[in-house]
Every structure is written in structure tokens, then in C-alpha cells.
Design a protein around this ligand. Structure first.
Ligand SMILES: Cc1ncc(C[n+]2csc(CCOP(=O)(O)OP(=O)(O)O)c2C)c(N)n1
Ligand code: SF4
Ligand SMILES: [Mg+2]
Length: 288
């Protein structure tokens, strides 16, 4: 990790794969890219085996473009659709057992802090609704109770997508799914309020309708975790397959869900607010 590992030793450029040379020359390492320039720079994730038109895949693309220091970031994932793309990105990725992301991230973040006391190393968990709020619930909550300094991003497609359509605690009440034909009997869990009472210092909820806002939210969550404590983003990332959303209707669906359950919401402690106000006056510190 770090720019010194990413850069190619002089004289070795012609022996390295072209994709890697391009990544170092035209990519994000050591630079802050504007998400609105997507398509004009070499991205950290360019290929993935997720379903065509999957909005979770789009969200992951924006996530990588938004990372403040990708060369010093480790991403933790678990079973579920997201890891299909996360494991193909040019950022170190750790794949734990299903549901244990926040326990793995806690240990990793502590170890990195001991190993690199003078350097910033960001740890980001990205996992599904099933992984974080159902099966991994205890580990998610306890990482927040302990105030572990990393970011948790829940890619909420309101279903167990990767295993063919079981309902999760995040599925909306009443919804019928392939493997939950009777319909969901109880309300969608309020993950944002849980995160606030459990000790997160920055919490946001969004639907992926505005890439600039997604990028800003991700950067804020990573920076706040770096300095203050656990941060959480609850992102709606629809599942075309299990909710039968045709690709051309994906954005329309996101706008609809935004009006219902995913209106943009951002909450932070006073300390974090002061930090961002200060940072806006001195934006060069974003890449500290
Ligand atoms: C311990 C364990 N239990 C169950 C599974 C099977 N499994 C793999 S993915 C998954 C559901 C994923 O749902 P979610 O976390 O919401 O992610 P999505 O695929 O919807 O993005 C399950 C139950 C597993 N891999 N490991
Ligand atoms: S099953 Fe759903 S969430 Fe998973 S890759 Fe396909 S569309 Fe995306
Ligand atoms: Mg899911």
C-alpha cells in the first residue's frame, strides 16, 4: 500500500502489463478525480461479472472514483453481489466469511494503525443488506459500539440477490420475492437510526440518482472515519433481477424509491461538522 508500491520502478515500464501502466499514468493514484469525468480517466474497476444494468455495479464504479486515497485504502467485503466487482478492482480487497466484515475491518484498522502510525490507511466495508443488517448484524453493531474508525457502506438491494431472492430485514413490508412468496410481514429496518444510536459519527442515506452527491458522501464518510469514529452510508442499489426492473427503468426506479424511503439524508456530530467546515476552507487537506 502507498504510492511507493503503486509506482513502477524506472526501466520496468515496458515489462509491465499495459493496463497497469495506464492505471499509474492515467488513473487515480495520488490524484483526486472528479466523478463527472468518469470515462476520461483509467478507472480502478473496469470489468465485473455483475448483471448487465445492475445499479449496484454503477454505485461501485462511483465509489472507486470517489475514494480520497485509493493507494492507501483496503476494502472489505463478503458473500453477496458487490464482491463480484470489488474483487476485480485495483484496490486491495479482503473477503471474509459471510457477515463478519465489520469484525475483520476492526482488526485490520487497528493493525494498520499500529504498523503505520504516521500514515493514513483507510478501511472501507462494502456489503449487502443481508450481510450487514441480518447475518452480520451483531458484528456490525459491535464495531459501532466500540467506535472503530472505518466506514461501512450498505449496498441495499432489499433482497438476498446473490442467492436468488430471499427477503432480508431491509426488504420493504409486504413485498413478495421469489423465495418469500407470502410477502414480507414486518417493516424495513431503520438502519440509519440504529447507526446513530450505536455510535456512528457520520451517517448518510441516498439513492444513486446524483453521482456528484454520492462521491461527496463517500469522501465525507471516509474522512470522518479517519479522524473521529465509525461512519455509515445506507445506499439504495436496486436489483434488476429479483425486482424485475428492466435496465432502462433502473434510474426511474431509483427516483421512485428516493421519494419513498431514500430521500438524501446526512447526519454528523458537531465535531465532524466543524471539521468539514474547516476542510472546505482548506480543500488541499482532503488528500492528507
Ligand atoms: C455463512 C454463510 N451463510 C450463507 C451464505 C450464502 N449466501 C451467500 S450470498 C447470500 C445473500 C447475500 O445477500 P446480501 O448480503 O443482501 O447481498 P446481495 O447479494 O443482495 O448484494 C447468502 C445467504 C454464505 N455464503 N455464508
Ligand atoms: S442479482 Fe441483482 S444485485 Fe446481483 S448483480 Fe444481478 S442485478 Fe445486481
Ligand atoms: Mg441484498
Amino acid at each position: 500500500m502507498g504510492l511507493e508500491y503503486v509506482r513502477i520502478s524506472p526501466g520496468f515500464e515496458r515489462y509491465m502489463p499495459k493496463d497497469y501502466v495506464d492505471l499509474v499514468k492515467y488513473g487515480q493514484f495520488g490524484r483526486q478525480m472528479d466523478v463527472q469525468q468518469l470515462g476520461q480517466f483509467k478507472e480502478l474497476v473496469e470489468e465485473h461479472p455483475m448483471c448487465a444494468g445492475c445499479f449496484m455495479a454503477y454505485f461501485i464504479r462511483v465509489f472507486y472514483a470517489a475514494l480520497p486515497n485509493p493507494e492507501d485504502t483496503i476494502v472489505i467485503g463478503t458473500a453477496g453481489c458487490a464482491r463480484l466487482a470489488l474483487s476485480q478492482a485495483a484496490v486491495p480487497f479482503i473477503y471474509g466469511n459471510y457477515g463478519d466484515t465489520n469484525a475483520v475491518a476492526s482488526g485490520l484498522k487497528r493493525a494498520l494503525t499500529i504498523r503505520f502510525p504516521d500514515k493514513v490507511k483507510d478501511v472501507v466495508v462494502m456489503a449487502g443488506d443481508g450481510g450487514l443488517i441480518d447475518i452480520g448484524f451483531g458484528m456490525t453493531m459491535h464495531s459501532w459500539f466500540r467506535r472503530e474508525k472505518f466506514t461501512t457502506i450498505m449496498v441495499d438491494n432489499e433482497v438476498y440477490g446473490n442467492t436468488g431472492g430471499q427477503e432480508s430485514g431491509m426488504s420493504p413490508k409486504g413485498v413478495q420475492l421469489k423465495m418469500a412468496p407470502k410477502g414480507k410481514q414486518f417493516d424495513k429496518i431503520n438502519a440509519v437510526e440504529l447507526a446513530k444510536v450505536a455510535g456512528c459519527v457520520y451517517v448518510a442515506k441516498l439513492a444513486p440518482t446524483n453521482p456528484k452527491r454520492i462521491a461527496k458522501t463517500i469522501r465525507r464518510a471516509v474522512l470522518a472515519a479517519r479522524h473521529f469514529g465509525p461512519t455509515f452510508i445506507h445506499a439504495y442499489t436496486s436489483c434488476n433481477i429479483e425486482y424485475s426492473i428492466p435496465t432502462e427503468k433502473v434510474l426511474e426506479d431509483a427516483r421512485k424509491r428516493e421519494k419513498q424511503d431514500f430521500g438524501f439524508y446526512e447526519w454528523m456530530t458537531d465535531e465532524v461538522k466543524e471539521y468539514f467546515e474547516e476542510l472546505e476552507r482548506k480543500p488541499e487537506e482532503v488528500r492528507t
